[in-house]
Design a protein around this ligand. Sequence first.
Ligand code: B12
Ligand code: SF4
Length: 492
Amino acid sequence: MPQQVVFLVKNLYTMERLGVMQLSALALTRGWQTDLIIADGLDYLHLLHTVRRLNPSVLALSVMSPEYPQMRELARRLYADTGVYILAGGPHATFFPDIIDEPFIQAVAFGEGDISFPTFLDRLSRGEDYTRIAGMHFRAGGQVIRNAPAPLVEDLDSLPFADRRIMAKGDPLLTSNPTHIFMASRGCPNACTYCFNHTYNHMFRSCGKLFRRRSVDHLLREMETVKAEFGLRFAYIDDDIFTFCSPEWLTEFTTEYPRRVGVPFMVNTHANYIDERQVEQLRDAGCTVICFGIECGDSGVAGDLLKRHIKHEQFLTLSRLLHRNKIRFMTQNILALPVPHPLAVDLQTLDLNIACRPQYAVAHLFYPLPGTELARHAEAAGFIDGSPSGLPERTNSYSALNFPDPREKRHVERLHKLFGIVVSFPWLRPVLPLLIRLPLGSLYALLFMGWYGFSMRFRMEKTRKTRSELKFFIKSLLQSLASFLKKQPTRT
Ligand code: B12
Ligand code: SF4
């Protein structure tokens, strides 16, 4: 009877999780069975019953930092009630491997799990000592054993294709979504202060090449397989910067993709890493959506605080280029940054977006991700008090910072909800100063979620939707709304 590893994630947020799918594929190659539980939406007794029924040898948690407080509590209770072996991995465990000190966590995997995780499963199933595996810490025999980081995977082509079937075990409705996620590379050369990458690059600088890219053929073979097995109508290629690649790689990809896969796709780019020829190549290959970060419209704040040195003219030139080539684009932005007067900065960000005319402008409220340079700055400058457990669960509900003027903070939070709508309908800009003064936080939150979901699924993807996709869309929208409203502080 094969042993079973069950992954536990808090939520899928309507998106396949590549990390879990990758690890599941590796576990399957080692003869293990895999399953997935999604915690949100299950009450604790149901979750406990499911864990008891599946009776896994390992309960494998994949956790991002905002999810940790809730996942920690679930792990604590599940361990107390079942004694199940709990292994924690993912971005939070990578940043904070010392969670091995929690008495209910038996093992922590930090960094990439592609080498350490299957090694652990192999040794466990053979009854060998598994406590000396690089990239993992263990609790064994009353002791905590800490190991060095594991090497980074040198050749991404050596990895099996992600096991997408495991997602449907967690949420059967996900199979009705013909948008699938892929990545062609791992790593990012930049060091934006609010992002995970600068710390990650520092932690793993001596573990191998930080930036790696799959061969075009390996990526396209995976896409062909997904198209044949699950249906693929829109491909979401989620590399941090897709266009940070050699001209040969992009030429091969854009030549082969239309013939071998041929469905509309979306990529992320960066205004410093894309030129006219690349835009034309992407257009000709069928790229219909490009996403890039503007983040902050105040050049001083963007350069000094975020370490993003990009001129306004670059954003405007890139936007004109995308309009000319009829590629829809969306921008990413961060509001409520740790500056004394956030509203003035955010209005500059809004106006720069309006000038760029993206089809959709996504705005986040700055999230002080523990361990990042900007979170440290925010804390040192007195914008944060308390522990990470006091942070909101997502970057779209309320700001985690304390600003000198609480009224200004509320105005920024309302601006955030209306940001994407005003960029799409700039005639609302003159009345915006009035709108953000009205105490309509919950209404704006509903508008924000509705516009976000509608824009992503309909205005950007623009694929024809089946009845089950619509069901999936409505279900996920209602779920997001419920969790969103639960998190809204009462003061709005
Ligand atoms: C796609 C994506 C999403 C998707 C899917 C989430 C996911 N985790 O896959 C969505 C849109 C839902 C999402 C949401 C958010 N995201 Co996000 N997202 C990404 C992105 C771009 C790619 C993830 C990915 O697929 N990577 C490739 C796979 C192969 O790597 P991986 O997931 O890290 O998994 C590897 C290891 O971590 C490890 N591992 C992972 N899980 C486990 C479990 C076990 C048991 C083991 C052994 C190992 C292990 O092994 C895997 C294979 O090597 C990353 C950036 C990046 N480049 O990774 C950010 C990233 C994960 N997101 C991040 C953040 C902050 C968010 C949000 C808070 C942002 C927001 N707008 O609200 C929300 C989270 C919501 C919440 N409440 O927590 C941060 C997390 C940092 C942190 N400390 O937790 C990242 C790293 C971005 C960044 N650069 O800062 N995100
Ligand atoms: S460019 Fe994007 S992925 Fe890279 S460091 Fe900056 S925010 Fe992070």
